[in-house]
Design a protein around this ligand. Structure first.
Ligand code: ATP
Ligand code: ATP
Ligand code: MG
Ligand code: MG
Lengths: 256, 256
């Protein structure tokens, strides 16, 4: 049975997609079978693994509106052991189209129940909003990994996502829990980073992962080649830190 | 009569809020009367100018759902010449609540027509989505300034926002135009930045501002003090570059 992990934070640009792609690839490198689901109409996770957005049919859009079963949307990527359910630009319409439907937030959760997947992990990349697409991912998942950079606006937003998680847990997904908080684009040299880091560890004791992801330009270069960092530059600091994060999360998952 | 400029890009974390706050403050420092409107339920522009989100009533939420006129939501900030219409967390509900209403995307445009404002500029900060809140800002504004960082995912997203602008222009706001593209968190040292920069200037000739905003940690520190960069550290590179951007935009606006 697969472990589902949603990568979510409504604050924009904190490294959700970069984390989803590179964690998924790191798990695949550790011999797990992994499915990366792109729930964001921006389609960044889709293009980041080399799939042309809108080209692969059906995408998550057709799956959520009930036109295709989940397994028909699964495609292989060029990275061994890593499959993906691509997003398409149409997904932007799902927020309005689903808004009127009964059970709109639990579509993906229902599809999970009906689909036998061969994967060990399912990683869901969420858009920068607490919208219906993010809610579908939060209702379907086992845990949530929250990427954050150590800056003021990201710190301000953490209570909003924690409140949303509580209400999803109370309503449609009672077993939902926080996998952890992953600090990204971490710059040891600034006092701002150190201040926010210590504030986070004080407030969310035990949730903040020991592994932090440093700022590393190779991580920003990799998506333009449609490759996870392990394929693009395995010797980079970015690859090292995502392998370490994957090891730490695997240990957390296995000890549950 | 005020010039309205919306700061929009559905890509997350590209510096929309930082640009909205600091451009507004730079215009105010140049003796203009400026109104900063926060259209993002994250309330970052609100707290970035020292207003506690949710404390000021009414907020933009009550204005959009018709419970308060626009002028009742205007508050003064601690920065001379800069007023604000604060956001509140309730604004997240507006996307669903307005979805069923007739004329949902032109609420703010209608309010603009009914309200005599004493301001020279109205700057609108948008959320990281092409949702109803962003559409309201795009329908009401004269021009749009698109902040972008020179990275692959941001480049991928530019066609989505240009498509949205075309459809808003064709439907509800015929005089809408692009004020410019502002490159933010610009790091001259990386080849990625140079590659994306030259690709942008080739595709969008004349739209990319000459001024770029360098990565500068003082810009990330200022919001935790509730102050624009001009108040927090006027000698910083961040303050210098936003003053230059304001001068360049003022020249563009005045020559129209
Ligand atoms: N550790 C890192 N070092 C350097 N650049 C990074 C790092 N992590 C992410 N980036 C870059 O920063 C930008 C933002 O990251 P990303 O797109 O993954 O964030 P996101 O949270 O998914 O954004 P959105 O809110 O738009 O979905 C991207 O251009 C990405 O390549
Ligand atoms: N030029 C800069 N140098 C350094 N840090 C910056 C710069 N511009 C913005 N930042 C910081 O980067 C982060 C993202 O910027 P900001 O929040 O303004 O982006 P945004 O596009 O408004 O994000 P969102 O999509 O969530 O609304 C913030 O923590 C901000 O303080
Ligand atoms: Mg993303
Ligand atoms: Mg913002």
């Amino acid at each position: 049975v697969a472990d589902w992990i949603a990568i979510a934070n409504q604050k924009g640009g904190v490294g959700k997609t970069t984390t989803a792609i590179n964690l998924a690839a790191a798990f695949a490198a550790a011999d797990c079978r992994v499915l990366l689901v792109d729930c964001d109409p921006q389609c960044n996770a889709t293009s980041g693994v080399g799939i042309l957005p809108g080209a692969a049919r059906p995408s998550l859009y057709e799956v959520l509106i009930g036109e295709a079963p989940l397994q028909d949307a699964i495609v292989q990527t060029a990275f061994d052991g890593l499959d993906a359910v691509p997003a398409s630009p149409d997904l932007a319409g799902a927020n309005v189209e689903l808004a009127l439907e009964h059970g709109r937030a639990v579509r993906l959760r229902g599809l999970r129940g009906e689909t036998a997947l061969p994967h060990d992990f399912v990683i869901l990349d969420c858009p920068p909003a607490l919208d219906l697409l993010t809610l579908n991912a939060l209702a379907a998942t086992d845990t949530v990994l929250i990427p954050m950079h150590c800056e003021y606006f990201a710190l301000e937003g953490i209570s909003a996502i924690m409140r949303t998680l509580d209400s999803v847990k109370a309503s449609v997904n009672p077993s939902l829990s926080v996998e952890g908080i992953l600090l990204t684009m971490y710059d040891r040299r600034t006092t701002l980073t150190k201040q926010v880091d210590s504030e986070l560890r004080a407030h969310f004791n035990g949730l903040v992962l020991d592994t932090v992801i440093p700022r590393n330009v190779r991580l920003a270069e990799a998506p333009s080649h449609g490759k996870p960092i392990l394929q693009y530059d395995i010797r980079s600091k970015g690859a090292e830190s995502y392998l370490a994060a994957a090891r730490e999360i695997l240990a957390r998952v296995r000890s549950r």
